[in-house]
Design a protein around this ligand. Structure first.
Ligand code: DGL
Length: 267
């Protein structure tokens, strides 16, 4: 049995494309429908209640368009709303979580940093993660003002970009961390700039590949996979939608995705 319905993916904006590309490369047979909630980006400074409301609205849009499962490709929305989404919608829902565990297990310095939005850092889900792994390891929590906006602008090559990225990383350098967790799906698009600031001695971890593996497990478990792996002749489609202005979103999204994307509007 194969199920050709798309996997629904959403984020506040374009950061979730860092997750969608991992899913795409691991599961090329799967069709994906992606909604960027660009009219409300960034989520990270909003009250958790509002992030929950938006997550429910956008998930509803994906379900209306025939999604067979949902990937909340946003640490902020996962932290704020995953329980509510699972209570309200009956399809499988996979969320994101900062990769604190692999960082805490592998650090030799005994000190790691987690970069995330202010909203993520205040969720119960994040506090539980820190309680689980922070006993023997010091965890420096860093909100990163300007990072999401930088990715949304697509101006990562601008002169100012390195300055925007550098400032919030100072506490991590001062603390002597040897692992930095990218706890927001926008940040993998800043990986090269972050590496320039921190140097090669610091390992930078994100959750994209682990989520793609989890998506594969859930598809198999629920018998939702799109195709017979022996027959990869027809790759899945990629549909991109935004609650914002498609004319503004499309060029940046295409740059991040690495090939031209047509962007439709969710009204
Ligand atoms: N990309 C999101 C995350 O993973 C949210 C960024 C934002 O809108 O503040 O947390």
């Amino acid at each position: 049995m194969s199920d050709p319905r798309p996997i629904g993916v959403f984020d506040s904006g374009l950061g979730g494309l860092s997750v969608a590309r991992e899913i795409r490369s691991r599961l090329p047979d799967e069709s994906i429908i992606y909604i960027a909630d660009s009219a409300y980006v960034p989520y990270g400074g909003r009250p958790l209640e509002e992030i929950r409301e938006r997550s429910i609205v956008v998930t509803g849009e994906l379900v209306k368009r025939g999604a067979k499962m949902i990937i909340v490709a946003c640490n902020t929305a996962s932290g704020a709303a995953i329980e509510q989404l699972r209570a309200r919608f009956s399809l499988p829902i996979v969320g994101l979580e900062p990769a604190v565990k692999p960082a805490a297990v592998s650090t030799r310095a005994g000190c790691i940093a987690v970069l995330a939005t202010p909203a993520t850092l205040q969720t119960d889900r994040f506090h539980r993660l820190v309680d689980q792994h922070g006993e023997d390891v010091r965890i420096v929590k860093i909100p990163c003002p300007g990072y999401v906006e930088l990715v949304e602008s697509g101006k990562m090559d601008d002169e100012r970009a390195l300055e925007i990225v550098r400032e919030p990383l100072m506490p991590a350098i001062q603390a002597g961390v040897d692992r930095v967790v990218l706890g927001c799906t926008h940040y993998p698009f800043l990986r090269e700039l972050i590496r320039q600031v921190l140097g090669d001695g610091v390992e930078i971890l994100d959750s994209g590949a682990a989520v793609a593996r989890q998506v594969e497990r859930v598809l198999v478990q629920h018998e939702l996979a799109a195709g017979d792996p022996a027959d990869r002749s027809e790759p899945g489609s990629f549909t991109m939608l935004t609650t914002g202005d498609p004319g503004r979103v499309a060029p940046v999204a295409s740059g991040l995705w690495g090939s031209p994307l047509t962007v439709g509007q969710v009204v």
